[in-house]
Design a protein around this ligand. Structure first.
Ligand SMILES: CCCCC/C=C/C(=O)SCCNC(=O)CCNC(=O)[C@H](O)C(C)(C)COP(=O)(O)OP(=O)(O)OC[C@H]1O[C@@H](n2cnc3c(N)ncnc32)[C@H](O)[C@@H]1OP(=O)(O)O
Ligand SMILES: Cc1cc2nc3c(=O)[nH]c(=O)nc-3n(C[C@H](O)[C@H](O)[C@H](O)COP(=O)(O)OP(=O)(O)OC[C@H]3O[C@@H](n4cnc5c(N)ncnc54)[C@H](O)[C@@H]3O)c2cc1C
Length: 670
């Protein structure tokens, strides 16, 4: 582990660690991606854990104002340390990650800077990024409005060009056009990329990005014509309330023409609209970039929850053997394993598919730079689909991990409520998950129709080219052991995904119009999209196992986890596999039998498999997930930090409790 806050105390989990059948250091490398990645992550995690400014153990007890101020303090301190220590970009990003407190800096680095990089001209990048990189300005991404989020084309803010002054007039014409949600907008950002309808020469050219200064760089007051504030408290204590998501109304605010982001389209001095020879979808490029990073966030959040539940499950004991023997660790209950180990496997699966998606994004970006736009639709479908499936599964799993930890999981000190509250909105931001799955479905329907007209699909849809075989094949699985064969697993996932997509396409073709058919079948289309995305995740896990993986027993453990990931999906979605005729009921029950055996094999390795995530106690922030397993002392200690325990007799006793008790006592004596 990153030894940060491990003081060499008794290791209550030592027995669990002794049963591991693999090299934990080797697994850390497989998880992180390289030895270098492990080393940098360890160093940054320790830096954060050892700095008192980054303490977060009382975070859920702070008022909104205190929490917000604490976030400002941490962000400023992080920047100071970044400069003092000359941290690289990689190190600074990890530092921010381990501080683990949503704040304006996230939007600045993850959306404002990438939006300017992707949509600004070289000149604009030079001007604005120079200031942004030095934090002379703080930026956010102001797209969503009170009335529209998913439907970007429905945004109402206007940017009307005035040729007499060479300026755009930025305006919020209605209540529903108020910008609503942008992180950091409420109280912090000095600048934003604002998305608005571009109007010039009396014509509406649709949504474009504009750089706007929002607040004075002298005293932070909003500039004339700009009304700005925070949108209010959000779900959970602590959690996303550290972020000042904001509302903003614009009243005919003028900005120079050169603050329109002009890489994709320009407005000339005379007011002529000129579109570059690039697809207009590049306007959505920042969202593609961020969706890709959210997949990595999901695997991290899921692995934290699993780490807490596995370690606690090994410590927590309930009920003894009938013969009066020792009590059973709850992790030994088969029901606990069948609920928890699929999450452990999913954490690894999402991690590897996230690493692949990062590669895909880099590859697409390079192609775009040389004006090859052919892979853009696939990049959109992959980022949208994987973002949806991984964040939904993660939110569900964190909630289930809370239940897996019983009552103590419901305490803030378990770390799980806050982890849930921070990660739940990932199902909504950067595109509502259902809306994004419908985008994947649209891509799949197009691919099916291309296959029908003889075109060979490539990339993640290449399997659809094998349509003759996949539409009629029968799984070769005949024994429990046959489900160990990656080719057999892949085939049933391919057949299920293709058959579901083809069924949808056939049913849509029977509708009066394509649009009506798509709308009518949208629940089925979402399921077909999920099947396709799960196939991608399974495939990338299998491909990972074909790489050189060093360390004793590491590959073997990953093979088991890959099996669990795939087979638990077959078990969970057996209806799909049966109804599309990909597996028989018998094969389905063999898969379940195999799953049970895999759980038993993973059990002695469970604690070591979560140790390989390499999280410090500071980052985990959980009394239940402590590395040393000293759970009960930690829970007991944490309880006394609660403000309610500051006094023995609570505030309110004199005004409310005492009179009540006295009065009741008096009445009883009458
Ligand atoms: C640390 C993280 C902090 C995160 C903080 C949160 C930040 C935010 O939430 S920022 C706001 C994010 N907002 C969204 O994600 C909005 C979601 N909505 C959309 O992305 C789009 O509006 C849409 C995709 C749902 C619909 O777009 P629209 O143009 O109205 O519709 P079409 O379906 O007609 O699509 C046209 C065409 O464009 C393709 N396409 C859509 N998106 C992309 C993309 N990102 N990249 C590439 N291509 C895209 C779409 O597939 C269509 O293609 P064709 O079928 O070939 O016409
Ligand atoms: C914590 C948080 C941070 C955010 N940060 C930012 C930010 O920094 N900048 C920014 O610009 N925005 C931000 N957002 C806004 C976010 O991007 C939007 O909330 C998101 O895109 C969803 O849009 P919506 O809220 O309009 O949902 P809606 O589209 O109103 O969704 C409501 C329901 O309708 C369904 N629905 C909508 N359209 C369809 C359809 N076509 N077919 C079927 N079902 C549909 C959805 O599935 C959902 O169930 C943030 C949001 C949150 C929660």
């Amino acid at each position: 582990m990153a030894a940060a806050d491990w003081g060499g105390k008794a290791d209550h989990l030592a027995g669990e660690r002794a049963t591991a059948q693999f090299d934990v250091d080797g697994m850390k490398v497989a998880w992180a991606g390289s030895r270098h990645a492990v080393e940098v992550a360890d160093r940054m995690a320790c830096l954060v854990a050892s700095d008192p400014v980054f303490r977060k153990d009382t975070r859920t007890m702070l008022s909104r104002k205190e929490l917000f101020k604490d976030t400002l303090k941490k962000a400023a301190h992080a920047w100071k340390r970044t400069v003092e220590l000359h941290l690289t970009e990689e190190e600074a990003n990890l530092l921010r990650l381990y501080i683990d407190q949503p704040g304006y800096v996230d939007l600045h680095w993850v959306m404002f800077v990438p939006a300017i990089k992707g949509q600004g001209t070289e000149e604009q990048q030079k001007k604005w990024l120079t200031m942004a990189y030095k934090f002379q300005i703080i930026g956010t991404y102001a797209q969503t409005e009170l009335g529209h989020g998913s439907n970007v084309q429905g945004l109402e803010t206007t940017a009307t060009f005035d040729p007499s002054t060479d300026e755009f007039i930025m305006h919020s014409p209605t209540l529903t056009s108020s910008k609503w949600w942008p992180g950091g907008l409420g109280k912090t950002s000095t600048h934003a990329v604002v998305y608005a309808r571009l109007i010039t020469e009396g014509k509406d050219y649709g949504i474009h990005g504009f750089i706007m200064q929002l607040r004075s760089l002298d005293d932070h007051s909003p500039l004339p014509g700009i009304t700005i504030g925070d949108i209010g408290g959000k779900f959970g204590s602590g959690a996303y309330n550290s972020m000042d998501n904001g509302v903003m109304r614009l009243d005919h605010v003028r900005i120079p023409r050169d603050q329109m982001l002009m890489r994709l389209a320009q407005v000339t001095r005379e007011g002529k609209y000129v579109h570059s020879d690039v697809p207009k979808q590049l306007l959505y490029g920042t969202m593609v970039y961020v969706r890709q990073t959210i997949v990595a966030d999901a695997s991290r959040a899921l692995s934290r929850a699993v780490c807490i539940a596995v370690r606690y499950g090994a410590i927590r004991k309930q009920f003894g053997s009938k013969a009066g023997g020792p009590e059973t660790q709850v992790l030994n209950y088969k029901t606990q394993q069948s609920r928890l180990f699929p999450f452990l496997a999913s954490a690894y699966a999402f991690r590897f598919v996230g690493q692949w998606l990062k590669w895909l994004y880099t590859d697409v970006t390079q192609k775009l730079e040389s004006k090859d736009f052919s892979t853009l639709p696939e990049a959109h479908a992959c980022t949208a689909g994987l973002k949806s499936v991984t964040t939904s599964a993660t939110a569900d799993a964190i909630e289930e991990c809370q239940k897996l930890c019983g009552g103590h999981g419901y305490l803030n000190s378990s770390g799980l409520p806050e982890l849930f509250a921070v990660n739940l909105p990932a199902c909504t931001y950067e595109g509502d998950n259902v809306v994004l799955l419908l985008q994947v479905a649209r891509f799949l329907m197009k691919t099916v129709s291309q296959v029908a007209s003889g075109k060979q699909p490539v990339g993640t849809t290449a399997y659809m080219g094998n349509i003759q075989h996949l539409m009629q094949c029968k799984s070769v699985v005949n024994t429990v052991e046959d489900w160990l064969n990656p080719a057999a697993i892949k085939e049933v996932f391919e057949a299920r995904a293709l058959r579901m997509a083809v069924n949808c396409a056939q049913n849509i073709s029977k509708a009066p119009s394509q649009e009506e058919g798509f709308s009518e079948l949208s629940p089925d289309l979402v399921e077909a999209a999920v099947a396709h995305v799960q196939l991608i995740i399974v495939t990338k896990f299998i491909e990972k196992l074909q790489e050189d993986i060093l360390g004793h027993g590491v590959k073997e453990q990953l093979q088991k986890l890959c099996g669990i990931y795939a087979l638990h999906l077959i078990h969970k979605h057996l209806g799909d596999f049966l109804s599309t005729g990909c597996v028989t009921a018998r094969q389905g029950s063999l898969a379940n039998e195999r799953l049970g055996k895999l759980y038993a094999q993973v059990r002695p390795n469970a604690v070591a498999l979560v140790d390989a995530f390499d999280y410090t106690d500071h980052y985990l922030g959980s009394a239940l997930g402590r590395y040393d397993g000293d759970v009960y002392s930690a829970l007991y200690k944490e309880a006394w930090k609660d403000p309610l325990n500051e006094t023995v007799v609570p505030d309110g006793y004199q005004e409310h409790l005492r009179p009540l008790l006295k009065q009741q006592l008096k009445l009883s004596r009458l």
